[in-house]
Design a protein around this ligand. Sequence first.
Ligand SMILES: Nc1ncnc2c1ncn2[C@@H]1O[C@H](COP(=O)(O)OP(=O)(O)OP(=O)(O)O)[C@@H](O)[C@H]1O
Ligand SMILES: [Mg+2]
Length: 391
Amino acid sequence: MTNKYDMVVRIEKSGNRYNAWDTDGTKRTSEITIGARKKAFDGNYLLGRFTNKSGNYYWKQIDGGEPSVETTPNTTDLPSVDVPSEHSEVLSFIHSSYSLKPKGLMMTELKWKYLIRSAVRGKNIMMTGPAGCGKTMAAKSVVNSLDRPDFYFNLGATQDPRATLIGNTHFNSDSGTYFSKSLFVEAISTPNAVVLLDELSRAHPDAWNILMTVLDYGQRYLRLDEQDGSETVKVADGVTFVATANIGNEYTSTRVMDKALMDRFTIVEMDVLTEEDENSLLTYMFPHVDTTTISNVSKIAALTRTESSSETARITSGVSTRTTVELCGLLYDGFSLVEAAEVSIYPQYDATGGVDSERTFVKQIVQKFQDDGSNDDLFNEEEMEEAEGTN
Ligand SMILES: Nc1ncnc2c1ncn2[C@@H]1O[C@H](COP(=O)(O)OP(=O)(O)OP(=O)(O)O)[C@@H](O)[C@H]1O
Ligand SMILES: [Mg+2]
């Protein structure tokens, strides 16, 4: 087997993100893990794309013999896919943008184009949908598709919104008290930056308050102190915000977002995948997993989703795409469907109530498919009730 790479990328830091650019100036960020990109940047080396035995790509350091200084173009010299100015160009950009969508992201052409259009029009975008349906993935993909400085903030993980969004006051004996501005201040001061606000719905209400003026099209400033009349930072021209939110789902940790804040966004609702789309995604991601088993996994997911949204729902949420992807990873590593379901699906469902519990219900669905997949027909309500013993 020849160990040759077919593509080379160089990592550049943009805001707090590590972007990968190939020699043609195409952004490859979404194809490489964050860890590999960061290491390559810190170690100042190039990454090459190799193909493994099963035909999948992987990236690793290209060592030896490589010129240490590559004349890879700097991002600022690259032909830009930035907002074209002529209306006709904007139109053609938006309508040809589906090719920029990564293959591994399942999203309809309409939704993707709407997302790109909102971004090039400088709208504040809010991706909504239940857990694990691809909100963060879609938000990151749109950011990657636009050749603009980008910044990532996970607001669901911050304990101290003031420090994250504004900055910290420090003391040192030489200069006394001084203020260090946050990376967020840098982000909003960078013209044309795309600022990702991940898990905004899980953020502390203080974060929402701070963001109110920033996101308001009529205000667009950040106040550095609570007092009126204190210093403010203007949001630079062309800055676009892309937020994600778990709206109306089952998680109690998700606070109900303020209406006034929601009003400042253009909502892009991520669709929960249909059985067919789930099946194509999983088949694409796991070409080596048995197709019947993959089709059963898609059916299980679809059945739980239909059930959870029915009026007489016996479970509060459906199996997410994040979970089906994890489950197929286990299948790939030799776990049986039942074993994989036991560790990846069941823990997400409440076991209290014994035979009437959500977990029992989901187990019954999985068990329908546990055999060899000869059970291909979709089972119906009657069978379901029979299995549950509620008739
Ligand atoms: N529409 C989709 N297309 C492709 N993969 C998806 C999709 N939805 C989910 N996935 C898979 O699930 C994983 C989790 O997706 P992601 O992090 O985008 O979910 P999320 O909607 O942001 O969830 P959360 O609400 O928990 O933040 C992805 O890494 C991907 O493997
Ligand atoms: Mg997310």
